[in-house]
Design a protein around this ligand. Structure first.
Ligand SMILES: C[S@@+](CC[C@H](N)C(=O)[O-])C[C@H]1O[C@@H](n2cnc3c(N)ncnc32)[C@H](O)[C@@H]1O
Length: 247
């Protein structure tokens, strides 16, 4: 089953990439929009329910604002909330995030299990970044909110890291933009390396489903094919978009 959640204001809801913490709308509006997206994800069977702890989400946001060095990010507050909520609801024991840059995207996912927003215990939360200096900064950032080491950033190619991860993979977050002509087309290469180890109910999240839809067309065809994923929803509440797919 494939669906699209599209908010009326997706094209007007804009952030400054260099000013990630600025409030873009009243909190109630942000929560309402994300709740609508979660309701559709629940309706099609991606999520077992839509409940998550809103106070913990805000504690996570506060820690990232105070402790992370973020030169820029395209993760809007709505997207940060949605990523946190999906992880809080599905509680993946093993999660890999591919292409994490300074770690903001990674911690939006991992923050449901580590730091002040933690609501469950995970086993392996791995952020992968191909540029060593960015990986170092991301790891430094993550260490400031997670003293346990459960969430960690490795420098490497996500295609290799996912291939070499031999445990069941419960959540895969895709944001790598590749180092060659593939660009974001690399999403499908990364997914192919982990697909067989994703159990029923495992979730794949693909950032930029809206503004990189053309580049992602092979990836999107794959996850929207019911032979490969039981449901896939394109969430468009900002100009980037997130494709949420469940095995
Ligand atoms: C565009 S950034 C993601 C930023 C994120 N969307 C945000 O708004 O914060 C993509 C990152 O993927 C990394 N990358 C590209 N190819 C990769 C690969 N094969 N494996 C891991 N990381 C990769 C890049 O170095 C870059 O830091």
């Amino acid at each position: 089953m494939t669906r699209t959640y599209q908010s009326d204001d997706w094209n007007e809801y804009r952030m400054e990439y260099g000013d990630p913490h600025r409030e873009l709308e009243p909190l109630e509006k942000e929560v309402a929009v994300v709740d609508e997206a979660l309701a559709m994800l629940h309706e099609v069977g991606v999520l077992p329910h839509t409940h998550y702890d809103h106070r913990k989400m805000l504690a996570h946001r506060k820690a990232v604002r105070e402790l992370f060095e973020i030169p820029w990010t395209a993760i809007t507050p709505r997207m940060q909330r949605l990523l946190y909520a999906i992880n809080a609801i599905t509680q993946p024991a093993n999660m890999i995030a591919a292409g994490v840059f300074c770690g903001n995207t990674f911690v939006s996912n991992a923050g449901a299990a580590v730091g002040p927003g933690a609501c469950y215990r995970a086993e392996n939360l791995i952020g992968v970044e191909i540029k060593p200096q960015e990986a170092e900064r991301a790891e430094r950032n993550v260490r400031r909110v997670d003293a346990t080491g459960v969430a960690r950033v490795v420098a490497g190619d996500a295609v290799d890291v996912v291939r070499e991860f031999k445990e069941p993979l419960h959540l895969l977050y895709l944001d790598a933009d590749g180092t060659d002509r593939r660009g974001k087309g690399i999403y499908l290469d990364i997914l192919e390396q982990g697909y067989e180890r994703m159990p029923a109910g495992a979730v794949v999240l693909a950032h930029n489903s809206q503004n990189c839809a053309e580049r992602l067309k092979h990836y999107l065809s794959f996850v929207r094919d019911p032979a490969n994923f039981s449901a896939s929803v394109n969430v468009i509440f900002d100009i980037e978009g997130l494709e949420v797919s469940v095995r």
